[in-house]
Ligand binder design. Structure first.
Ligand SMILES: *Cc1c(COP(=O)(O)O)cnc(C)c1O
Length: 362
């Protein structure tokens, strides 16, 4: 625990505490070794096994593995028939994967603002931006906290749940990713679970799943249409199966770290993640909001003292598409910081992070 919260000696710190880190073990390495010996590297039996494990985990009828979360979004939009002239509603405070996926389909992205409390899409703003051309809403559950799914389902517009941050989180005791018409997951290196790069699409619609499976690969087809090579490899799937079996332990550890942060930073003057009725926060990120000016300087100072802090979103999409006004996104972008949280983060590191944060922010 903290020895002296006012005077932390960080001069002896030689290595930086990274902002995020994957949790890989001997188990993943052994599985990959077995596959390399077997010579079965590309999409095959392991991918099928990963898909069926994912179907079991989510309780959805169909799971389709792909090579990234971005490809998962792209194929989901195509399966919904999104094309030029259609509008797709996405939040402004998110990475540009969503913007790219909409643009791949030549559709029009329509940005909406977020809530300042939970950083998820503001459904009131979504309602203002719905038009006759709106064909889908992509709803990310940001930083591990489920969005208000009920209010989005009521919109009666095809919903793509983006669970890249929130695999394993529950909304009203039901797993996120089981509410949307389609849901997508990302297994990039620093996500909740990883395959290096990778993604998954789940749906209960056989028709949608068939279309996505067809578009995922180009070979052995009887007629030509534009298709992709978005396949996952068996090597990735083998890692993914191990990671999925460890997910619950990862979530427990993340929640434990979050409890330590919340207790230690209670009186720091920072705004901490709140609890919401009916929503399970799995703490993919631990986001604090500071009223202190100069986020870039805070990040630089923390780095000098051995801690890597990050802006939760590198650049909001409202920087790229400037016609929509998203004032809350702009405000949060200037005040929010993501502090290190991952299952392998040690107690000493947590203590040091708390200590430095108190020193430089409060
Ligand atoms: C990471 C991420 C994606 C894209 O996933 P990739 O696997 O990196 O392509 C999409 N949406 C959200 C919310 C993400 O965090």
């Amino acid at each position: 625990m903290l020895k002296d919260s006012n005077h932390c000696d960080c001069s002896s710190i030689s290595n930086l505490i990274s902002h995020s880190k994957p949790s890989l073990s001997r188990k993943e390495a052994d599985e990959v070794y077995k596959l390399i010996i077997s010579g079965e590297l590309a999409q095959g039996r392991k991918v099928e096994e990963f898909e069926s494990e994912f179907e079991k985990f989510t309780g959805t009828k169909e799971a389709i593995a792909v090579n990234s979360g971005t490809s998962a979004l792209h194929l989901s939009l195509l399966a919904l028939g999104i094309k030029e002239g259609d509008e797709v509603i996405i939040p402004a405070f998110v990475c540009s994967a969503l913007l790219n996926a909409v643009k791949y389909c030549n559709a029009t992205p329509v940005l909406t603002d977020i809530n300042s409390e939970d950083f998820n899409m503001d459904v009131k703003d979504v309602k203002k931006k719905i038009s006759k051309k709106t064909k889908a809403v992509i709803l990310p559950h940001m930083f591990g906290l489920p969005a208000d799914l009920d209010t989005f389902i009521e919109l009666d517009i095809p919903l793509i749940e983006d669970c890249a941050h929130s695999v394993g989180a529950h909304y009203k005791n039901r797993l996120v990713g089981t509410f949307g018409t389609i849901s997508i997951f990302s297994f990039y290196a620093t996500k909740m679970i990883t395959t290096g790069e990778g993604g998954m699409i789940v749906t209960n619609s056989r028709k949608i799943a068939d279309k996505i499976r067809d578009l995922r690969e180009y070979d052995n087809k009887d007629f030509f249409t534009i298709r992709y090579n978005y396949k996952m490899t068996d090597i990735q799937a083998a890692i993914g199966i191990c990671q999925l079996s460890r997910l619950q332990a990862f979530i427990e550890r993340r929640k434990e770290i979050a409890r330590i942060y919340t207790a230690a930073l209670m009186d720091s003057g920072l705004r901490l993640p709140g609890v919401s009725e009916g929503k399970e926060h799995i703490f993919f990120r631990y986001i604090v909001v500071t009223e202190k000016e100069g986020l870039d300087n805070i990040i630089k100072n923390a780095e000098k003292r051995g801690i890597c802090l990050r802006k939760p979103v590198y650049k909001p999409l409202s920087f790229f598409i400037t016609e929509s006004s998203c004032p809350v996104t702009g405000k949060i972008y200037n005040k929010a910081l993501s502090i290190p949280i991952y299952p392998s983060l040690k107690e000493e590191a947590i203590d040091r992070i708390v200590c430095v944060l108190k020193d430089i922010i409060s």
